[in-house]
Design a protein around this ligand. Structure first.
Ligand SMILES: C[S@@+](CC[C@H](N)C(=O)[O-])C[C@H]1O[C@@H](n2cnc3c(N)ncnc32)[C@H](O)[C@@H]1O
Length: 421
């Protein structure tokens, strides 16, 4: 669906969050919007480039926050670990890391991106996979590929993808299997008939579609060689603990020095659309569509209605009252999301010994700006945690993209550091 024009957006009046910058933060380069933009700084180093993810945290930002707030050897937790930006940086900087996410694709790639594996063995495994898959592709039937998956691929990509799926999902060693499932998933994204750089899937049209003639085995090879090199260069023996888990189920086993995380900006329907982003890739790594639908319920705001609870945030109440006038469904969806978000924050603070650092942008729903920075700060105040430091940065590449349903994201990102009372 093409992006529709941006329409006028209502701002709900809020007091500005007072920036309070410690001297040491300035020394660490955390002092102003310009530095935190990391313009021109490499972001796809180490294993970060192994697999794309939507709304990923900027790796240099994660690195600065870890370097500044978490002593070496301590544990960093990212309860919304997504594509693994924070967890990878923690490993690279000699911290221990725990991550969880409700999306199995996020967990799979974060595990792969943080597990050191030797290159010689992985190269031999790659060659054996490629050889077997080419044979399987010649005799495999693609009749059982569901239409909603088939729609996104050229017909001649289906047999190679199915053959790779059969061979990769049979690898016995778990860490090896995860590495090649991640490579296959990234390949499935590379050969998908979708415009790149857009959050929602949109099928290539006209001459764009004709010109795009991907070769699945060549794409798999490119991905595999690059992934093998990057995991072999991870610190030897490194491994993070990464689980498929709802952050509302965190237990003392996940205790950490500091949590550094970027929570979803909104529910899956009106926000980034992680389910749609991962659907095709998860299918090729062996997770059927039905199972994916069940997993979606654990996403913040996607479970049973909980919007009757009153939210302890003045900003949220004011914003919701504007949205309610505009569209009842949006009101309900937003209220559900924030009720779940608050529950998540309550669990997250329980396991953090020192600080909780939240990186989040504002968003738009029903043409109303939702100030996620204020809402998070008011929720945390209610839980008893005060804002210690506050930074902002501009996301130069993000405009207020209309995500459908008058929703969108905003280019200002809040970085909020809360300290245990
Ligand atoms: C903004 S993304 C995180 C991006 C991540 N920091 C990165 O660098 O890729 C938010 C993540 O929250 C996850 N999520 C949504 N609801 C969740 C829940 N209840 N528990 C844990 N993770 C959840 C989504 O699947 C998504 O991956």
């Amino acid at each position: 669906m093409p992006l529709s024009p941006i329409r006028e957006i209502t701002d709900v009046d809020v007091e500005p969050l007072e920036p309070c910058l410690p001297v040491e933060a300035r020394a660490a380069g955390l002092e102003n919007g310009h530095d935190l933009n990391f313009n021109g700084v490499e972001t796809q180093h180490a294993t970060h480039s192994m697999h794309p993810y939507v709304a990923a945290m900027n790796p240099p930002l994660a690195a600065s926050l870890i370097g500044h707030y978490v002593p070496k050897g301590e544990v960093v937790l990212d309860p919304f670990c997504g594509g693994g930006g924070v967890v990878v940086e923690a490993i690279l900087q000699g911290r221990r890391a725990i991550g969880c996410d409700v999306k199995p694709l996020a967990v799979l790639m974060t595990q792969a991106k943080t597990t050191h594996l030797p290159s010689g063995r992985m190269l031999r495994l790659y060659m054996s996979i490629a050889e077997q898959a080419e044979k399987v592709a010649r005799r495999t039937s693609v009749d059982d590929v569901p239409d909603m998956i088939r729609f996104w691929y050229r017909d001649d990509s289906l047999a190679p993808l199915k053959a790779l799926q059969a061979v990769v999902c049979r690898i016995e060693d778990e860490a090896h299997r995860r590495l090649f499932q991640t490579v296959l998933s990234a390949t499935a994204r590379d050969v998908m008939l979708t415009y790149r750089g857009e959050i929602r899937l949109r099928k290539l049209q006209g001459s764009d579609l004709e010109r795009f003639q991907p070769n699945v085995f060549a794409a798999f090879k490119r991905r595999a060689l690059s992934a093998i090199k990057s995991v072999s260069e991870l610190p030897t023996g490194s491994r993070a603990e990464v689980f498929t888990m709802d952050c509302r189920k965190l237990t003392p086993a996940q205790v950490c020095h500091t949590t550094i995380t970027s929570p979803p900006y909104g529910d899956d329907k009106n926000g980034v659309g992680y389910f749609q982003f991962s659907r095709n890739m998860l299918f090729w790594v062996g997770i059927p569509l039905e199972e994916q639908k069940r997993q979606r319920e654990a996403f913040l705001g996607c479970g049973a209605d909980s919007h009757t609870k009153s939210a302890p945030s003045k900003t949220l109440q004011q914003t919701l009252s504007v949205i309610r006038e505009r569209k009842a469904a949006h009101y309900r969806e937003a209220a559900n999301f924030y009720a779940d978000y608050l529950d998540g924050l309550k669990k997250i603070v329980n396991v953090a010994q020192e600080r909780v650092i939240i990186v989040i942008g504002d968003r738009v729903l029903s043409r109303t700006r939702i100030n996620n920075g204020h809402i998070t700060t008011e929720f945390m105040r209610e839980i008893g945690w005060r804002l210690e430091h506050y930074y902002t940065r501009q996301l130069t590449k993000k405009r207020i993209a209309n995500l459908g349903g008058d929703g969108g994201g905003i280019s200002l990102e809040h970085i909020m550091v809360f300290r245990r009372p």
